[in-house]
Design a protein around this ligand. Structure first.
Ligand code: C2E
Ligand code: MG
Ligand code: MG
Ligand code: MG
Length: 291
């Protein structure tokens, strides 16, 4: 079941001990079935401009409801899949669903980019840009309809292995966002070399910016750095009005979080999008602090 040693030197941290424990193997088996049975679903969480409340995109987040165990967090099963051949299939299915959803929204005039999370290992797969390019063409979508999010760990991998895929994506015009920024040991040189257009600041820094001067300083310097590189900054985990106001003052462009909007099933997300893109919302004079 489990993949052989990775040739890239990419190490994935997985909670728990033994990669081959019966429990993990049985969960992987269940995931395999869930993928085949079409049990995985996508929810969508808006990304919102902190100055005027406009929606900048929708992030697709995979959901799995296990028949016996109930909902299992992607934070638990994605790292497991990452160690096996299942990751490729998981990404394939998620991308297909996200493309279909984007096509539905764009057909209805709800033209926002849909972001898909991919693992660093997915970028070793040159089939990924091919799937994307074919999917976009088939559905008549422009490249800006899809964005990919990859965790900061990509900066620590051997770039030679991923450069080809990333280069192809860039030529396609598909934007790349760097997810969970601040949690790894990024080299700034590498950040500058990667064709990313957006940096998502990890929520561990955002959570306490309203109380902690130090956390606020860290976020401020990340936002400044990101701006100086000509990139957009997005804050994760905006859980309160106060946090949104602080971020806006720091010049952070966009945010995601429960206070702004929670992840929603497709139907609910469609209703939300329609309201947010309606003239009733867009024409109203807006106090950015209240969004
Ligand atoms: P992420 O990409 O950083 O996604 C953000 C996570 O934060 C999501 O958790 C989201 O539900 C959660 N979140 C949003 N707003 C708030 C908030 O205000 N407070 C707090 N505490 N949390 C908030 P989720 O959906 O459980 O996903 C966890 C991680 O699993 C994601 O982190 C991503 O790395 C991974 N993941 C999710 N879906 C996929 C997928 O389709 N493919 C891959 N490769 N990874 C995925
Ligand atoms: Mg993400
Ligand atoms: Mg993130
Ligand atoms: Mg995160």
């Amino acid at each position: 079941y489990l993949a052989k040693e990775n040739r890239t030197g990419v190490e994935f941290y997985v909670p728990g001990k033994d990669r081959n424990s019966p429990e993990r193997l049985s969960l992987l088996g269940d995931l395999r079935r869930a993928i085949d049975a079409g049990e995985l679903e996508l929810h969508y969480q808006p990304k919102v401009n902190l100055a005027d409340g406009r929606v900048e995109g929708m992030e697709a987040l995979v959901r799995w409801s296990h028949p016996e165990r109930g909902p299992i967090s992607p934070a638990d099963f994605v790292p497991l899949a990452e160690q096996s051949y299942l990751m490729r299939e998981l990404t394939h299915i998620v991308l297909r669903r996200a493309l279909d959803q984007a096509a539905r929204w764009w057909r209805d005039g709800l033209e926002v980019p849909v972001s898909v999370n991919v693992s660093a290992r997915d970028l070793l797969d040159t089939g990924l840009p091919e799937q994307l390019e074919a999917g976009l063409a088939e559905l008549g979508l422009p490249a800006r309809a899809i964005q990919l999010e990859v965790t900061e760990r990509i900066l620590m991998t051997e770039q030679a292995f991923t450069a080809e895929t990333i280069g192809t994506l860039a030529r396609l015009g598909v934007e790349l966002a760097l997810d969970d920024f601040g949690t790894g040991y990024s080299s700034l040189v590498r950040l500058q070399r990667l064709p990313v257009s957006e940096v998502k600041i990890d929520r561990s820094f955002i959570r306490r910016i309203a109380e902690s001067r130090e956390d606020e300083r860290i976020v401020r310097s990340i936002v400044d750095l990101v701006r100086s590189l000509g990139l957009r900054s997005v804050a994760e985990g905006v859980e309160s009005h106060e946090i949104a106001v602080r971020l806006r003052k720091l010049g952070c462009q966009a945010g995601q979080g429960w206070w702004l909007a929670e992840p929603m099933a497709a139907d609910e997300a469609t209703v939300w999008l329609r309201a947010r893109l309606s003239s009733a919302f867009l024409d109203r004079p807006r106090d950015g602090a209240r969004l």
